[in-house]
Design a protein around this ligand. Sequence first.
Ligand code: AMP
Length: 176
Amino acid sequence: MNIATVKSHIRDVPDFPKPGIVFRDITPLLAHAGSFRWTIERLREQVSAHRPDGIVAIESRGFIFGAALAAALELPLQLVRKPGKLPYRKIGVTYELEYGADAIEAHEDAFLAGSRYAIVDDLIATGGTAAATASLIRSRQGDIACCAFVIELDFLHGRDKLAGYPVESLLHYDSE
Ligand code: AMP
């Protein structure tokens, strides 16, 4: 398995979910067992180097990679979700989008002060979601060990929003 083969299993879907966006569809990667396994192995190498105490996975595709990674590293897994999905007492944060605002939530006991968390999502675009997740962890005095993504859209410079935190990503795109 190599990086070019894995990247060939990302499907580009133009104009989804709205005109002008090229959606990077990971479902062919998940359906190709060797590529999925390679992806989890590489994430495991990259993330373990930052010595996290826990994995924080972002809804919804981040759950797939974050869950597999947490199991591989034998680390606790915490979930960051869209508003209204979590059943117990919650903390939340809103963040700016290009047009309007969005919000994420976690359970109030998800993050421990002084613990180091690896934030995991399938893709970093503008970086807003990951930055909001980091601020939620920081609000409970947790620390950010690293942020890890399968795909980075380099031309959107999302990692600038995560300045000060190590950022790891496997597959890069220079343009839409
Ligand atoms: P952002 O907050 O702008 O970094 O957006 C990241 C979130 O939106 C991730 O959870 C991604 O799954 C999703 N996302 C944003 N842009 C794309 C895209 N072009 N293809 C697939 N997912 C995307």
